[in-house]
Design a protein around this ligand. Structure first.
Ligand SMILES: O=C(O)c1cc(=O)[nH]c(=O)n1[C@@H]1O[C@H](COP(=O)(O)O)[C@@H](O)[C@H]1O
Length: 238
């Protein structure tokens, strides 16, 4: 799971996904299915992507009472994705319930998906967090605290920005996953992201895997762009 570049398939439906994936035929990718796509296509999109050999991060960011999250995760485990997530703000009991659900729903003989928790969204700035969430500490401290309760709950890692990844690894251990969106090439539009860095910098910042959406999915030459991103992320020509 480490050192992956996960492509966020933020598309409205299966047709758009198929169109995007056409030039990648024969390549095994690590892709992310989020709310936009899953709410339109449901589990069939997961089955289709798995049949094509892709690894899958199912990003539904569960955040509800423990009993509901446990039942939802039990169902999602049957889809046999590689990675799923919750919001750490749901608390330790909720995160433990998520794991129990995943373990209960994973088919016999299979390993349960990795489960990570979103700390502070990469679209959140420190000012916004302090003013809107009324959290009176630094953003880094808030992210570190969420990472610490995530570890306590027994999850496999967190979603954070690259800026917090090294400190999280230092506190929670090198095997604790730091999955980082908010990655942009220097020439890219930042858009709604606030805590952003480049793939080259992310490589040196203790990041386990990066999540990249629009920079690749909206490219006119997605395959070329993906190869350039892989080169920048891995530091070697692909
Ligand atoms: O959980 C996520 O994947 C996620 C967490 C977070 O804090 N920030 C974040 O951007 N994401 C997701 O990562 C992807 C980033 O996409 P781009 O900004 O287009 O590269 C989107 O699919 C977001 O839903």
């Amino acid at each position: 799971m480490d050192n992956s570049l996960i492509i966020a398939l933020d598309f409205a439906g299966m047709n758009e996904v198929n169109q995007f994936l056409k030039p990648f035929a024969g390549r095994e990718l690590f892709v992310k299915v989020g709310m936009e796509l899953f709410y339109q296509e449901g589990p069939s999109i997961i089955h289709q992507l798995k049949e094509q050999g892709h690894r899958i991060f199912l990003d539904l960011k569960l955040h509800d009472i423990p009993n509901t999250v446990k039942s939802a995760m039990k169902g999602l485990a049957r889809l046999e994705c590689d990675l799923v997530n919750v919001h750490a703000a749901g608390g330790i009991d909720m995160m433990q319930a998520a794991l129990e659900g995943l373990e209960a729903g994973t088919p016999a003989g299979r390993t349960r998906p990795n489960c990570i928790a979103v700390t502070q969204l990469t679209s959140t700035s420190e000012e916004q967090m302090q003013k809107e969430q009324l959290i009176p500490i630094s953003l880094k401290e808030s992210v570190l605290h969420y990472a610490s309760i995530t570890k306590q709950a027994g999850l496999d890692g967190v979603v954070c920005s690259a800026w917090e990844a090294a400190l999280i690894k230092e506190k929670a251990g090198q095997s604790f996953l730091t999955v980082c969106p908010g990655i942009r090439m220097a020439s890219d539009q930042v858009g709604d992201q606030k805590r952003v860095t480049t793939p080259e910098a992310a490589r040196t910042m203790g990041v386990s895997s990066i999540v990249v959406g629009r920079s690749i999915t909206r490219s006119l030459e997605p395959l070329n762009t993906y190869d350039q991103w892989m080169e920048a992320w891995k530091g070697v020509k692909q």
